[in-house]
Each structure stands twice: as C-alpha cells, then as structure tokens.
Design a protein around this ligand. Structure first.
Ligand SMILES: Cc1cc2nc3c(=O)[nH]c(=O)nc-3n(C[C@H](O)[C@H](O)[C@H](O)COP(=O)(O)O)c2cc1C
Length: 184
C-alpha cells in the first residue's frame, strides 16, 4: 500500500449540539476537506455512545497526529470525547506495560470557549489560564509518549465577528496543512 495514501492526521471532533455551532461545525467541515485529514465526528458516529474501540484504535494507529476538536464545556471536553478517551486509550495499548501504540505521535487541541481571553487568567472570571484547563489532556499525551503541541483556542466564540471565525478556521487549517505538524 502506498504510505502517502494514508491520512496522517486524525481529527476527533466532539460537539453535542452541532446545529447550534458557529465555530466547530464549520471548522470540522473545513478540516475534512484537507487532503491529509480524516475527521471522526463522535456525536454523529456514536449517537448511542457505543464507541467502536477497535476501529478508533485502528484509525489512531494510522495517524501521525491526533487532533482533539471541541467546544470547552465546564472547563473540560464534551462527555462523548471523555468517553472516547476512557475507552480508546486503553492500558496495554496507549500506555502502561506494552502500551506503545501512540508513542512518537503528536496531539493537538483545537478548542473554543465562550469566555473572553481576558476572563482566562488569575484576575479573570475563570481564575486560571486556558493552558491550565488543558493540563489533563497535556498529561494524557505525555503518559502516552506523545508530543503535546500548543493548543489552538478561539475565545469569545459566541461573540467574535465573521472575520475572527474565518481567521480561526484558517489558522487551524494552516497548522494542519503545514508539513511540520505531522511528526513521526
Ligand atoms: C454545557 C456548556 C458548558 C460550557 N462551559 C464553558 C466553559 O467552561 N468555559 C467557557 O469559556 N465556555 C463554556 N461554554 C461555551 C462554549 O464553549 C461555547 O459556546 C462554544 O465554544 C462555541 O462553539 P460553537 O460555536 O462551535 O458551539 C459552555 C457551553 C455549554 C453549552
């Protein structure tokens, strides 16, 4: 098989209310159109929350970069993405004895928040920087031997104008399209 035919980037996209989305749904559509990208829309695939772990692990094993794309909800990931992590990132496969499947791959978060950038910090409403809320994901990457890439976050997602929305989509698409992101 031609290795170039294998999509090196797997986007795991989770939005519980995609019809209300002004950021993540168009972003997922834009990423799906990129040649090296496969998008798994978790809420479309697994309406019953019955995740196909074997298929998800297969897709992950093929990818060089894993992208987690989601709206931040209660300072965390949407429920189905958490379940995906719980079930797919198995001991003995993703981490722990013999768990080397993800070693050397990269993990990138593309997220959006309702909160303004200024609200994420010690003096803001949310009390901590957005990077602090990403710590469980960053440490998950480290535990699995993955490279943690700097998250791409759009703040104030419900308020920003169309140019800012388009800018975010262009920025994420540009990073995924760049040769450097899909490290070995
Ligand atoms: C249940 C729920 C929880 C949310 N929790 C947060 C939060 O903790 N911090 C935040 O900044 N925004 C929060 N939001 C706002 C979403 O992050 C925001 O609406 C979303 O990023 C917009 O993206 P979309 O247009 O793709 O839906 C929450 C929204 C919902 C529905």
């Amino acid at each position: 098989m031609d290795p170039k035919a294998e999509p090196p980037i797997l986007v795991i996209y989770a939005h519980p209310r995609p019809r209300l989305s002004r950021v993540n749904q168009p972003l997922a559509s834009a990423l799906r159109a990129l040649p090296a990208v496969t998008v798994h829309d978790l809420y479309a695939r697994y309406t019953d929350y019955d995740i196909d772990v074997v298929e998800e692990q297969r897709a992950l094993a093929r990818a060089a970069t894993l992208v987690l794309q989601f709206p931040v909800q209660w300072y965390s990931v949407p429920a189905l993405l958490k379940l995906w992590m719980d079930e797919v990132l198995e001991s003995g496969w993703a981490y722990g004895p013999g768990g080397t499947a993800l070693r050397g791959k990269s993990m990138l978060v593309a997220a959006s928040t309702g909160g303004h950038a200024d609200s994420y910090g010690p003096d803001g409403t949310h009390g901590h920087g957005i990077d602090e809320y990403m710590l469980p994901l960053a440490q998950t990457a480290v535990l699995c031997g993955m490279n943690w890439l700097a998250p791409l976050v759009l703040h104030d997602a419900n308020q920003v104008d169309k140019d800012a929305l388009a800018g975010h989509i262009a920025r994420v698409s540009g990073v995924l399209g760049a040769a450097g992101v899909a490290t070995d």
